[in-house]
Structures are given as C-alpha cells and as structure tokens.
Design a protein around this ligand. Structure first.
Ligand SMILES: [Zn+2]
Length: 353
C-alpha cells in the first residue's frame, strides 16, 4: 500500500477506515496517530479485521452522528511509547483488548478490565497504525520475541473474537464433562465452541443452519448441530438432553429471540452467558424467576485472558485464526464489510501491505 511508509515530513501519510453512514465504508487519509498522553503507545499492525459488532452501525441499526473511524481488534509491533510507559517497549509484538484498562483499579483487579474506571473503547484499528491508551495495562507482549507471520491471524483473534468467545464459555461456567449449547454461529459463537472444548465440555451443541459454519463448528469441537431455531430449537435441545436442558448456554447474538432461546435451553440451575451486544432485548421478571438460571454477560474482559490465550496460540494448542475465511488487502475493507453483511464471509482479515 505504500501509505504506511514514513514520508519526508516524518508523518506516515496514513489512510484508515471510516464509516460515513449505512453501507458507506471509505478508506481515506487520516491524521497520523501520535502519542497524546505519556501512557500511550503507537503500534504498527500487520493485519486487522472486521467485527460482527461493526455490522450494527454499518447496517444503520446503531446510528452514527458523524463519520466514524472503525476497528477495535488489533495486534502488532510497538513503534513508540510515551514517557510513563514501563512494561511495553518498542520492537515488542503485542496484543490488546478492544477495551483499554489500567489493570490496577478495583474492577481490573477483580478481573473485569472491560469495566476499568479508565476504560476507553478502542476505535481506528482498521488502519496501519494505532494509538493505544494505557499501554502498560492494556497490552500483553508475546513471549520470546515476535511471532511468525503464520500466527498473526490467531493472535489477532485473541484481541476480541476469541477473548469474547472464551469469556462466553467462562461466564456460562463451562466445566469438564458439561453439556453446552452455543446460540449464534457467527465468529464469536464458533470460538465459543473452541473455548468450551478447551474447558473440557463433553457435549457441545452448536445451533446453526449454515453449512460452512457447521463445518467449522465441528472442527472447533462441536459434537452436535441443531438447525432449528426459537421454540423448535429449544424443543430439540430438550429432547437431546432427555428433558433436562443444558448445563451451560452461550448466547452470542444479542436479539430477543436468541436470548430467549438461550435461557430456555438451560437446565434449572444452569448458566447462560450473553456476549452479543443486546439490541431490543427485554426480559420479564417472572419468566426469568421460574427458570432458575444464572445470567452473566457483558463486554468481555479480554485483558484477563490474554496471557493464557496468547500462550495457547504460541504453543500451537489452538488455531482460532481459522475463523477468518476471507482475506483482503486493507484498502479493500469496504468489500470485507459487504461480504460479512451478506453472510458470504464469517469474518474478514485485512492485510496491511
Ligand atoms: Zn482498571
């Protein structure tokens, strides 16, 4: 792309992704990221990607007031750090969460870094360079130097989509031997399958009616596929679990139908996690009361899991990067959105250079 090369003015002449309105993604000249606070770092991204949650504003279902820089999943090489940054150094390869954190406040210490008192939600990551606030508390460096190119997709996945799928499994209390249901066959749901497998679930039921996604779900460890939805889907789960229901249900969509499907698929005393950003979801108190389920969800505290997830990737134990089924150069980002919007792609990886 050439745009990532420093120019004579010592700028990077950077281009990045901006959403102007429904369906209108542009790749255009933007201000170069700079150190604004002493706790910032600037990183250079070898690749970035598009999130399922980016589709809400892209579809106009989450209106934007002004042209909005897009992207919140990232990993890459540290180029520059602010004067107060202690643990992160130029040249390191780092992975960060979509939510920044100081990793020292009470919420961080309880493991909820995505509710950090200093949290900012990242934007602007669909670009070759990115400013990351609170670098010491947000970024985790890979051990033993920079990873090979082949690991970049899986490390990038740790930043949000795997971190969120992992939280979904953890928040749904997945234990060895458990029966787990995953509602939603998007990238997060598929990596929820992978996470449940890693946590030792015995039966993993993926709800999907899409052949390519069913195949990937099985590769990630699903033992059963259910194609029915809504009440029919719940009836099918009930039948498969001999009338008991699932121990753990991961809700990875965020609609009323998917949430009710998840709650009704759990056994009394079971756990339901919800990691799809809810849009129009309303729960009725009495209905919830009689289900006896544990509910736990929210924006995933990815930072809590990063060291463990990076380790699993580096040691070849998991390959979450398989979730990227479309790879495009970054300047063709608009095609990537369109393919995901039309469900032709599960998740788009955008290569820089
Ligand atoms: Zn904090």
């Amino acid at each position: 792309m050439g745009h990532a090369v420093a120019t004579e003015e010592n700028g990077r002449d950077m281009q990045g992704t901006v959403l102007y309105g429904p369906g209108d993604i542009r790749f255009e000249r933007r201000d170069d990221p700079e150190i604004l606070n002493p706790t910032d770092a600037i990183i250079r991204l070898p690749a970035t990607c598009i999130c399922g949650s980016d589709l809400w504003p892209y579809r106009g279902l989450q209106p934007i007031k002004e042209p909005t820089p897009m992207g919140h999943e990232y990993c890459g090489f540290v180029e520059e750090v602010g004067s107060a940054v202690k643990s992160v150094k130029p040249g390191q390869f780092v992975v960060g969460s979509f939510a920044t954190s100081d990793n020292t406040c009470p919420h961080c210490r309880y493991g909820y870094q995505s509710s950090c008192v200093q949290r900012e939600f990242m934007l602007r990551a669909q670009a070759p360079f990115l400013r990351v606030p609170l670098a010491d508390g947000t970024l985790v460096a890979t051990p033993d130097g920079a990873p090979g190119d082949g690991l970049v997709p899986s490390l990038l996945a740790c930043s949000d989509v795997l971190g969120t799928g992992w939280f979904a499994a953890d928040a749904a209390n997945v234990k060895p031997g458990a029966t787990v249901v995953i509602v939603g066959d998007g990238a997060v749901g598929l990596l929820g399958v992978l996470s449940a497998r890693q946590m030792g679930a015995e039966r993993i039921i993926a709800m999907s009616r899409h052949a390519a996604r069913q195949k990937l779900a099985r590769e990630f460890g699903a033992t059963d596929i259910v194609t029915e939805r809504g009440d029919e889907g719940v009836a099918r789960i009930n039948e498969m679990t001999k009338g008991v229901g699932a121990d753990s249900v991961l809700e990875c969509v965020g609609t009323q139908e998917s949430m009710m499907q998840a709650i009704q698929a759990a056994r009394p005393g079971g756990s339901v996690s919800y990691v799809g950003v809810p849009h129009g979801v309303e729960l009725k108190g009495q209905q919830l009361f009689y289900t006896h389920v544990h509910l736990h969800g929210g924006p995933a505290p990815v930072r809590r899991y990063l060291p463990q997830l990076i380790d699993l990737v580096i040691n070849g134990k998991i390959n979450p990067g398989k979730v990227f089924d479309l790879v495009l150069p970054l300047d063709r980002v608009a095609e990537g959105y369109k393919a995901m919007d039309e469900r032709r792609a599960i998740k788009t990886l955008l290569r820089v250079n």
